[in-house]
Ligand binder design. Structure first.
Ligand code: IMP
Ligand code: MG
Length: 187
């Protein structure tokens, strides 16, 4: 595919094209639609901000009724090691989750800390069931034992941007997933 944005010159390589992303999203949506066809209350829970583009495409492809909601979290890192502390910046404001089948929608899993924390948090909050969905997975980076229920594709240990994912709040609007040139974040 052709590069189209003024930010393209910061990209070393396009890892996943828009057409490939579309196929991954289509497959995950089909899996969720199949697995939850008997659910009375499916909630797709988007983790802001990185998952917002994926969420928008995924929800359009799901063929059963869904509700959507949003949470925003941040994980703090000290140096190169994760502290493991997750902060909730925007919470789910729902009185009763006891009839909710939640699918948490993430852009990427790295250490696994964010999603493993959120799954426990939502179970403690009383959700009927909690599963997780990620477009991208970097299994080689895992620090906690965690596997998503739905996964688009595994990627190598490279820093990627686009399709919602950022570096320093930039590149989220690129339509593809690209590997950022290391000189962009080492300069
Ligand atoms: P973790 O699994 O708790 O380590 O964190 C996952 C979060 O780290 C994601 O939601 C992203 O915000 C961020 N992240 C991890 N790898 C990348 C990347 O390659 N590009 C952009 N953000 C990333
Ligand atoms: Mg994120």
């Amino acid at each position: 595919m052709a590069f189209t944005s003024v930010l393209d010159h910061d990209i070393k390589e396009i890892l996943i094209s828009p057409e490939e992303i579309d196929k991954l999203t289509e497959r995950i949506a089909a899996e969720i639609s199949r697995d939850y066809r008997d659910s009375r209350h499916l909630l797709l829970l988007c983790i802001l901000k990185g998952s917002v583009v994926f969420m928008g495409d995924l929800m359009k492809k799901v063929t059963i009724p869904v509700e959507i909601d949003f949470m925003k979290v941040s994980s703090y890192k000290s140096g190169t090691t994760s502290s493991g502390k997750i902060n909730i910046l925007l919470d789910l404001h729902r009185n009763d989750l006891s009839d909710c089948d939640i699918v948490v929608v993430e852009d990427i899993i790295d250490s696994g800390r964010t999603l493993s924390y959120l799954v426990e948090y939502l179970k403690v909050a009383g959700a009927k069931s909690v599963k997780t969905c990620t477009l991208l997975d970097k299994p080689s980076r895992r620090e906690v034992d965690f596997n998503p229920d739905y996964r688009g594709t595994e990627i190598p240990d490279e820093f990627v941007v686009g399709y919602g994912l950022d570096y320093d709040e930039q590149y989220r609007a690129l339509p593809y997933i690209g590997i950022l040139k290391p000189e962009v974040y080492t300069k």
